[in-house]
Every structure is written in C-alpha cells, then in structure tokens.
Ligand binder design. Sequence first.
Ligand SMILES: Nc1ncnc2c1ncn2[C@@H]1O[C@H](COP(=O)(O)OP(=O)(O)O)[C@@H](O)[C@H]1O
Ligand SMILES: [Mg+2]
Length: 255
Amino acid sequence: MKRETSPHPERILDCRGLHCAWPGGALALEDVDLTMRRGERVALIGPNGAGKSTLLRALIGLVPFEGEIHVEGLALRKSTLRDIRLRIGLVFQHPDDQLFSPSIAEDVAFGPAAMGLSADEVTERVREALDTTGLGEMAARNPLELSYGERRRAAIATVLSMRPVLLAMDEPSSNLDPAHRRRLIRWLQEQTDLTLLLATHDLDMAAETCTRAVLLSRRIVADGPIRDILADRALLERHDLEPPLGMQGMRYYET
Ligand SMILES: Nc1ncnc2c1ncn2[C@@H]1O[C@H](COP(=O)(O)OP(=O)(O)O)[C@@H](O)[C@H]1O
Ligand SMILES: [Mg+2]
C-alpha cells in the first residue's frame, strides 16, 4: 500500500524525487525535491523551458509525474485530487485560461459554489476576493471588457475565493505594463499571510515579493535566501539569467 500521509505534515508542500516527462518529449523535471512551510514566499526562477510551469501544473495533477507530492501531509493521487485542488490555488500564466463566465462575480463564485458552500458563504468569499484584488466595483462586468491587468486580478480573485493554503502563480508579471506590474508587486507585498510560490523570470519582482529562491533548470540547481542567489552572478549566468537590473539599492521583500 502506498504511503498517503507525509512524514512532515507541518509542511504545506513536500515534493520528493519528482520526475516529469511530457508525452513523447524530453524530461521536463528531474529528481526535484521541494518543501515549503506555511508562510514561506518562494520564487521559482529559471530560464525559458526550465520546467517552472510544468512543476506548478504537476502540483495540481495536470501533468503526470513520478515521485511524491504531499500537500499539508496529503499525498497527491487520483483519489485526493479534489482535496489537493482545494488547497493549492494556481493562477495560470494567461488569465483567459481562468475566466469563462459572463461576469467577474460569477467567475469568482464558481469555485466556492462547486465546493458546496452555502449561498451566504459564497457571497462572502466573492466579496472578500474582489475587495482584496481591488475589483469590488467591477463585480458585474464581463471579463472580456476588462484590461489585461484587470483580467489578471480577476484570475487571482477566482483562486483567492477558494482560500487556498498555497497560492501558486505562473509568470504573474508577464504582459503587464509597468504600472500594473508595480501594482501587482505592491499587492503581493501587502498579502503578508500568504504562502506563495511564484514562478517567474522577472527577478526584480521575485526579489521584491519573495524571501527564498529556488533556481530550476530541469533540476533544482540552487535553493536558498533570495538575496544570496540573486547576488551570485556566475550562477545566474550559467543558467541564462541575469542579475536583476535593480540589484543596486534593490528593495528586498524582507527589508
Ligand atoms: N504541453 C506540453 N507538451 C509537451 N512538452 C511540453 C509542454 N509544455 C512544456 N513542455 C516542455 O517541457 C519543458 C519545460 O517547459 P515549461 O515547464 O513550460 O518551462 P518554463 O515554464 O520554465 O518556461 C520544455 O522543454 C517544454 O518544451
Ligand atoms: Mg512557464
């Protein structure tokens, strides 16, 4: 019988020996070990094709994998998929993959309603998620009418309304203009209760929102305080990354 519970249930996330191969393709992830504790803020960095999106998708059972994934001590299996997806909120890279209802409020209500919560509880969660993302005034709007930045926030709201234990975001700053990107960074800084896994090659944003960095290049090649990893120019360059432009005088999340 396979082990269903993690030996470290206090860990929000516990990946052991993860291998992922796309059908007919090369190995996208090789022997990945990654653990996260409640309240940690981890930037998953790496060049294009490093496996960042594959890893996030594997966490919610969208990609076949070998190895073990535990979320709050619960092993990811077919039988636990629903429970795992209640715990991990994944914001996809493209908001249009997450929005499909005629109004933002309906999109944000979809998850909580599918959980079988009461109408009052669903309403409360929608209000909370829209307030948190600054979309309170836009509840009735059709996502198709919104700007890209607003759609990104709406996609985040659809995940927050599930009150996930882990918020995972795939390239959240991609396609945002500087003002919307700055707004997203401020929002992430304000959400001090989050447990955050942020896949990005925007290293400046990573530094401003996360305390730990995991450098992925099919395998995990570095894992540690984000200041140390971003200061290691040789390490970054070996993996086709550049030290953040704002490295001089950069405001890190902790400070
Ligand atoms: N749907 C897919 N089908 C086949 N191969 C894929 C698919 N998505 C990603 N890959 C491959 O997996 C590897 C990792 O990609 P990805 O996880 O998207 O990297 P990243 O998000 O770090 O840019 C790449 O070699 C990519 O070509
Ligand atoms: Mg990606």
